[in-house]
Write a protein that binds this ligand. Structure first.
Ligand code: ATP
Ligand code: MG
Length: 434
C-alpha cells in the first residue's frame, strides 16, 4: 500500500514586495477577503503579473529584481504516514509559507500539492480561532470545521480542556486570553481533534517549559497513532528529539532533506558555528547606518575547545568588526546571546558595565571578554545592536551563532541536563542546623 500522505512537486510561491505583512493569518485572511471582493490577487501565477513589471521566473534569486520575490522555489518532497518531519531554516527561509500552502491558507504560484487526509494546523498563534467566541465555542467550531460529529467532539472536549489548562476561562471569549493560554488551547484543539495530518508552526516559542514538553509528547503520540506531523521550529534540540526526518529550507529552496541528524548538520554548517561571520553584505538589518557591523568572530582563551567550538566555562572573546562615519559620538554596543528558541539569555553591553565610548575610529573592532562562559552545551544565536548618540545605528539579528560543547564548568565533571535551561550559574551550597 502506498502510504504517502503528502506529495509536494516543484512548489513555488512568489510574493509581491510591498505587501509583506506580519505574516499572520489575519493578514492572509484579509488578502483572501480582498480577493473575494474582486481586489487584486496577491497570489498571482507566474507570468500573470499585474502592473507590467515582469518577475524573474528562472534563477530564483531571492534578490528581488522586480516587485516580486520567491518565498519558495522548486520545493519537492514526500511525507509518509506516521512520519514527523521537522522543517528548519533561518528567518524568512519559507517555512511558514510552506505550511500555509499545505493548509490552503494561501495558494502556490506554481507546482503541485497532494494531501491525503484531514489536516489540522497550528500556524502562527490563534489560527482558526474566533476572538469573540469563548474557548468552549471555539473548540466546538473547530471540531465542526474538521468535519467531526457532535458526539465525537464532546468525547474529546474534556481532554482538550485538561491539556490546555484553561478550564477556569473556558467560557471567556478567547480575545481575553493571554498569548500563552491562547496557544495552549489552539495546540490542544489541533492535536486532539484527530486530524490525520498535524501542521505545527513554532508553537513552542510561546509556551513555558512544561507546556513545551507536553506539546512534544503529544506530537510524538499523534505520530505513534499513525498520523503525520509537520513541525516547524527554531528549537533544534526539539527537532532532533522528535523528528525522524528533516527538511532544511534556505532562501525558499530545499537545501537538505533526509535523516534529522544530517539535516541538522547542514543547518549548523549554514548558520556557522563560530569562526568569523561576514556581515558586510547582510541586508536584513535596521538602523541609520552611521555605524555598520562588518564581522563577528569568537576567540576562546584557555580551556577552549578546538576549532570554532567553545567549551562551557572557557574564557571567550567576542570581536565585532565595524565601519563608521567620522566623528561619532557616544557609541553604545550590545551583544545579545539567545537560546535557539529565540529567548534572550543575556545581553552584554559596554555602557552597562561602565565602559563609555565617546567616539570611535572609522574602522575597527569592538571586543568583549567573557570570563568562564556560563552556557550549557548547545547552539546560541547572537544579535548585535549599536546605538550612536542614543539613535539606533545598526541591528543585525542572528549575526552569528556560538557553539558550546561540554566542559567542566563546576569542576565536578557534571553538567545539568538540557531540560534545565542553557545557563550555568556559579554557586556555593551550605547546610545548616537549626
Ligand atoms: N504575505 C506575505 N507577503 C509578502 N511577502 C511575504 C509574505 N509572507 C512571507 N513573505 C516573505 O516570504 C519569505 C518567507 O517567509 P516565511 O514566513 O515563510 O519564512 P519563515 O521561514 O517562516 O521565517 P521565520 O523563521 O522568521 O518564521 C520572507 O522573505 C517573507 O518576508
Ligand atoms: Mg515562520
Amino acid at each position: 500500500m502506498n502510504d504517502t500522505v503528502i506529495q509536494v512537486a516543484d512548489l513555488s510561491k512568489r510574493y509581491r514586495l510591498g505587501v509583506i505583512g506580519t505574516g499572520t493569518l489575519s493578514h492572509d485572511l484579509n488578502r483572501w477577503w480582498a480577493k473575494v471582493r474582486g481586489r487584486p490577487d496577491p497570489t498571482l501565477k507566474v507570468g500573470q503579473a499585474a502592473g507590467g513589471s515582469s518577475p524573474s521566473p528562472v534563477g530564483g534569486d531571492r534578490v528581488p529584481t522586480s516587485d516580486y520575490m520567491w518565498a519558495l522555489k522548486d520545493v519537492s518532497f514526500d511525507v509518509r504516514r506516521g512520519q514527523i518531519l521537522g522543517i528548519i531554516g533561518r528567518n524568512g527561509a519559507g517555512k511558514s509559507t510552506l505550511l500555509k500552502i499545505l493548509s490552503r491558507v494561501t495558494a502556490p504560484s506554481s507546482g503541485e500539492v497532494r494531501v491525503r487526509g484531514r489536516i489540522a494546523s497550528l500556524l502562527e498563534v490563534g489560527t482558526g480561532f474566533h476572538p469573540e467566541l469563548t474557548g468552549r465555542e471555539n473548540i466546538l467550531l473547530n471540531g465542526a470545521i474538521l468535519g467531526m460529529r457532535k458526539a465525537e467532539i464532546a468525547r474529546k472536549f474534556d481532554e482538550i480542556v485538561a491539556f490546555s489548562d484553561v478550564e477556569t476561562y473556558i467560557d471567556t471569549p478567547v480575545k481575553r486570553y493571554s498569548s500563552g493560554m491562547y496557544v495552549r488551547l489552539a495546540f490542544a484543539v489541533a492535536a486532539h481533534l484527530e486530524p490525520e495530518i498535524l501542521l505545527v508552526d513554532e508553537v513552542l516559542a510561546v509556551g513555558d517549559m512544561a507546556f513545551q514538553r507536553r506539546c512534544l509528547g503529544k506530537m510524538g503520540a499523534v505520530a505513534k497513532e499513525g498520523r503525520t506531523v509537520l513541525f516547524v521550529s527554531h528549537n533544534m534540540a526539539a527537532v532532533e528529539s522528535l523528528c525522524s526526518r528533516g527538511l532544511l529550507l534556505e532562501g525558499g529552496r530545499p537545501l537538505a532533506m533526509g535523516r534529522t541528524t544530517d539535516v541538522l548538520d547542514a543547518y549548523f554548517a549554514l548558520v556557522g558555528t563560530g569562526g568569523v561571520q561576514d556581515l558586510a553584505l547582510r541586508e536584513d538589518r535596521q538602523g541609520n547606518g552611521k555605524l555598520r557591523f562588518t564581522s563577528l568572530g569568537f576567540r576562546a582563551g584557555h580551556n577552549a575547545g578546538t576549532g570554532d567550538v567553545v567549551q562551557c566555562g572557557a574564557d571567550l572573546e567576542l570581536v565585532v568588526g565595524y565601519r563608521a562615519a567620522p566623528n561619532l559620538k557616544n557609541v553604545s554596543m550590545s551583544i545579545g546571546v539567545n537560546a535557539l528558541s529565540g529567548q534572550v539569555l543575556f545581553v552584554l553591553g559596554n555602557e552597562m558595565t561602565g565602559t563609555a565610548w565617546e567616539t570611535a575610529p572609522q574602522a575597527g573592532c569592538m571586543s568583549c571578554q567573557v570570563r568562564r562562559l556560563p552556557l550549557a552545551p548547545g547552539q546560541y544565536p547572537i544579535n548585535l545592536y549599536c546605538e550612536v548618540n542614543g539613535v539606533l545605528a545598526d541591528w543585525v539579528q542572528g549575526a552569528g551563532s556560538l557553539t558550546v560543547e561540554a566542559g567542566d564548568f563546576f569542576g565536578t565533571g557534571k553538567l545539568p541536563p538540557a531540560s534545565h535551561g542553557g545557563l550555568l550559574v556559579d554557586q556555593q551550597w551550605g547546610l545548616h542546623g537549626a
